[in-house]
Write a protein that binds this ligand. Structure first.
Ligand SMILES: CC(C)(COP(=O)(O)OP(=O)(O)OC[C@H]1O[C@@H](n2cnc3c(N)ncnc32)[C@H](O)[C@@H]1OP(=O)(O)O)[C@@H](O)C(=O)NCCC(=O)NCCS
Length: 181
């Protein structure tokens, strides 16, 4: 399955002063760069098995790659529709290489994917946040909607953001009740 309009190679999705975020073809050379970043971050740094890191969603997801001013690839993530809820999209595999962290690369990627999801008419976005990244996602209007669970032995919580008002909200994780379990 190919998602409508999701694989236009090299289409700039967003940028800030330091990074440009482009839609990429997962099967092309830019896909190789995205895979390299995910292996570096999730497999080598976090210990996720390669067999679980690259999955069946990759060929059908919309992938982005962030480049710095020198055109070095430094981050990636993917967007895909929920399997049963047509109003909801998922963001996942959000990874910025270690050398580029803390400089706005992740923000550029999230802003681009939230804009992409909104443009495609989704009303909500869901993601599975590693516990350490909850504060990062909260900056884009995501709130915790689940208790803690393990994925690849890494603690996670599900977070959701509403796109219905056109702007990311400012709700923080402290503002919502968190179901236990
Ligand atoms: C989480 C990650 C994507 C953030 O990317 P980044 O490029 O370092 O983030 P940015 O520099 O764009 O930060 C944007 C904002 O989020 C904040 N932020 C970044 N990481 C944060 C964290 N772990 N917790 C809370 N806030 C965070 C920044 O301070 C910045 O705040 P500001 O808007 O007030 O300036 C990156 O650390 C990463 O790839 N980590 C390893 C892979 C990973 O764990 N991915 C998440 C999987 S769920």
């Amino acid at each position: 399955m190919q998602l409508k309009g999701f694989t236009k190679r090299g289409r700039p999705l967003g940028m800030n002063d330091d990074y440009v975020v482009e839609s990429i073809d997962w099967k092309g050379s830019d896909g190789d760069l995205a895979r390299e970043i995910r292996v570096e971050v999730f497999v080598l740094e976090q210990g996720v098995p390669l067999s679980e890191e690259l999955d069946e969603t990759d060929p059908v997801a919309h992938h982005v790659l962030a480049f710095d001013a020198a055109r070095n690839p430094c981050g990636t993530a993917r967007l895909f529709p929920d399997a049963s809820d047509g109003t909801m999209a998922h963001i996942g595999r959000m990874a910025v290489v270690g050398r580029a962290r803390g400089n706005g690369c992740g923000r550029a990627i999230m802003s681009a994917l939230m804009a992409e999801a909104r443009q495609r008419g989704f009303l909500r976005v869901e993601l599975s946040a590693q516990i350490h990244a909850i504060g990062f996602y909260a900056r884009f209007g995501f709130v915790v909607v689940s208790g803690e669970y393990l994925d690849c032995d890494i603690p996670h919580r599900t977070m959701q953001a509403s796109l219905s008002h056109g702007l990311a909200g400012s709700t923080t994780v402290e503002d919502v009740s968190v179901p236990s379990g």
